[in-house]
Every structure is written in structure tokens, then in C-alpha cells.
Design a protein around this ligand. Structure first.
Ligand code: SAM
Ligand code: SF4
Length: 328
């Protein structure tokens, strides 16, 4: 059994949201007041470990834990160690806001987590507070350094670029990545979730604009390097840091899509920009311990994977789910 969808694409990459909760309230991701899922609706850590095993047995080579903020989930280290021990998994990563890394980086590394993406949109402490509503920049910078000290290699920063809010910091963020010897990807904002407090049509900043800004200082050479994800990577001649662009609007990546997502409730989402999904929690709770039945449900779900997303940049909400529900 392997995971091939109706368009001949093979799924090798799963993004698993371990919680919808978060200690930040980033303006592009969440509303200020959020209602989170009742605990009973969220998959248990055991269910998440079982799901991960099922996916790896079906040929999945890469798992990324995300959320919400994965490091606010109690017991996350145990889940990491469990998944880190699965035979056949080649890449095991986490996307985090970094605020918990000073505390957790070493245990995560020892548990077998291989790579970290850390979100960082600004280097200005006041702006950081405005964009995250609750976060502290110092803590995240300490977290980045703790992760490096714990032995994580090729740490990648993720920056969502918003016009008028942080687009003037693109070059500073590149310099920071070079100094800290980490990679950085710039992300186009996606239309997920409503009432976020700004008009996305006004803040949209395309990857081409960001790239042009960087090229005023550094020549960017395209590379064919891939981490099985949607980033397109470039290198600079005088640094080991790579620059990536995640451009769901301007460079549609659906044709090469190799990934699916699982929400914290166990809903297998076949596409970031569509609602096609299968309830894997129901399968696991109806048939506890039946791995073969779970695998069959996952294989069957592949036929529901849509060909592409239909995001536009006109500020309309195309998907009502917030990113923290989706597993960014
Ligand atoms: N809390 C973790 C973090 O912030 O890295 C993991 C989850 S977060 C939803 C994953 C990534 O999605 C972050 O890099 C965040 O900046 C990005 N993100 C959230 N909402 C977005 C949106 N509407 N458009 C584009 N990226 C978004
Ligand atoms: Fe939390 Fe990450 Fe969303 Fe920010 S982007 S609110 S850190 S889940």
C-alpha cells in the first residue's frame, strides 16, 4: 500500500497539528479572542503516535509537528521520542514560534527531532509584540540560540511579510540569518480565517517583491535543493544561509504537492486551501488498536485530494479555518 492520489502524486510528507492552542496571537493567524477545542476533541498523544506509525508504514518519509504552538502541548517530548524512533522516517521536523525552545530544545533533539523551523517576522521588540500580540522577541532569540546549541542543524526561520508592517525589515532579517548561520524563508500571507484585524488585500506582499529587495544587496542563485516542502531555495555567494520563498499565490506549487495535513482533532486535510477531509479520529476511536483499518482509511482518502487550491489576493477569505486549526 502506498499513498498515491487521483492525479498521480505520491504523498510522502505529513504535517501533524498537535494542538490548536498557542501562547501567541499573531495577527495574520488568529483573532485576539479565540475559542479553542475542548480537550476531548483533540487527539491524545497515543492517537498521534499511532497515526504517525500508520503514515510511515504507508511510505511517508517526513513528518512535521506543528499547531497551534507544538511546545505548549503537555507531553510533547514523549511524542517526539515515539515518532523519532519510527523506522523509515527520514526527516522529522517541527515548526514552532520559538518561545519554548530555551526550555525544550535539548530534549527534542535527544528524542530524535532533526530539524526546526522557527517563526520570526521582525527584529524590533515593539513590533514583535504588536504582530504576535503576546510574544517577547528576546525569548525567541534565546530559543533560536538554544536550538543551535542543542545541535540542530539547518535551522530555518520563517517570516510572513506584510506590507506596511514588516516589509521594511526584509534585509535586516536576511542579515540576522547570515549572522546566526541559519536559513530563512519568506512566506506570502494566505487567506485563512476571518476577523484578523487587517485587510489582507492591503498587506499582501509577493515573493517577487521580497526577492527584488534582497537582490539590491545580495545576488541570489537558484538551487534545486528541496526539503520536500513548498519552499523554492536560493543561495548567496558569500554565506551558507539559504533564502527560501513560499509563494502560494504567485508561484502555485500544487502540481508537485506531496503532502497532507492532520488537524489536532484528527481530521485528515487533503489540501491547505480546500475543505476535503476525512475524520481519522472517528476511525481510531471506533476501532482502537486496528492499524490496518486506519491505514485503509488513509489510502482511501487519497482519492479526495483536490488538484489545487484557489487562493486569490483580493482580501476575500477563501477558507474559514484559521491557520492554527489547519496546522501551518
Ligand atoms: N506556532 C508555530 C509557529 O508560529 O511557527 C507553528 C504553527 S504556525 C500556524 C506555522 C506557520 O504558519 C508560521 O510560520 C506562521 O507564520 C504561518 N502562518 C500563520 N498564519 C498564516 C497565514 N495566514 N498566511 C501565511 N502564513 C501563516
Ligand atoms: Fe501561534 Fe504560530 Fe499562529 Fe503565531 S503563527 S498565533 S505562533 S500558531
Amino acid at each position: 500500500m502506498s499513498l498515491v492520489d487521483g492525479f498521480g502524486r505520491t504523498v510522502r510528507y505529513v504535517r501533524l497539528s498537535v494542538t490548536d492552542r498557542c501562547d501567541f496571537r499573531c495577527v495574520y493567524c488568529m483573532a485576539e479572542e479565540m475559542t479553542f477545542l475542548p480537550r476531548a476533541q483533540v487527539l491524545t498523544l497515543e492517537e498521534m503516535a499511532t497515526l504517525s506509525r500508520a503514515f510511515v508504514e504507508l511510505g511517508v518519509e517526513k513528518i512535521r509537528l506543528t499547531g497551534g504552538e507544538p511546545l505548549v502541548r503537555r507531553g510533547i517530548e514523549g511524542l517526539v521520542a515515539e515518532i523519532g524512533g519510527l523506522d523509515g522516517l527520514r526527516d522529522f521536523a517541527m515548526t514552532t514560534n520559538g518561545s519554548g525552545l530555551a526550555k525544550h530544545a535539548r530534549t527534542l533533539r535527544e528524542g530524535g527531532l532533526k530539524r526546526l523551523n522557527i517563526s520570526l517576522d521582525t527584529l524590533d521588540p515593539d513590533r514583535f509584540r504588536e504582530l504576535t500580540r503576546t510574544g517577547s522577541l528576546d525569548k525567541v532569540i534565546d530559543g533560536i540560540r538554544a536550538a543551535r546549541d542543542a545541535g540542530f542543524e539547518r535551522i530555518k526561520l520563517n517570516a510572513v511579510v506584510l506590507k506596511g508592517r514588516n516589509d521594511d525589515e526584509v534585509l535586516d532579517l536576511v542579515e540576522f540569518a547570515r549572522e546566526e548561520k541559519v536559513d530563512i524563508s519568506f512566506i506570502e500571507e494566505m487567506p485563512l480565517g476571518q476577523s484578523i484585524g487587517h485587510d489582507r488585500a492591503e498587506t499582501f506582499c509577493s515573493s517577487d517583491e521580497v526577492r527584488a529587495t534582497i537582490e539590491t544587496r545580495h545576488a541570489l542563485v537558484p538551487t534545486t535543493e528541496t526539503t520536500l516542502g513548498p519552499s523554492r531555495y536560493f543561495r548567496m555567494a558569500d554565506s551558507d544561509s539559504r533564502i527560501g520563498f513560499i509563494s502560494p499565490h504567485s508561484h502555485n506549487f500544487c502540481a508537485a504537492c506531496n503532502r497532507v495535513r492532520v488537524t489536532a482533532e484528527g481530521r485528515l486535510l487533503l489540501c491547505l486551501g480546500n475543505e476535503h477531509s476525512v475524520d481519522l479520529r472517528a476511525v481510531m476511536r471506533r476501532h482502537p488498536g486496528d492499524l490496518e483499518r486506519l491505514k485503509a482509511a488513509i489510502v482511501g482518502a487519497m482519492q479526495k485530494k483536490p488538484e489545487r487550491h484557489h487562493f486569490t489576493t483580493d482580501g476575500d477569505v477563501q477558507v474559514v479555518r484559521f491557520m492554527n486549526m489547519t496546522g501551518g
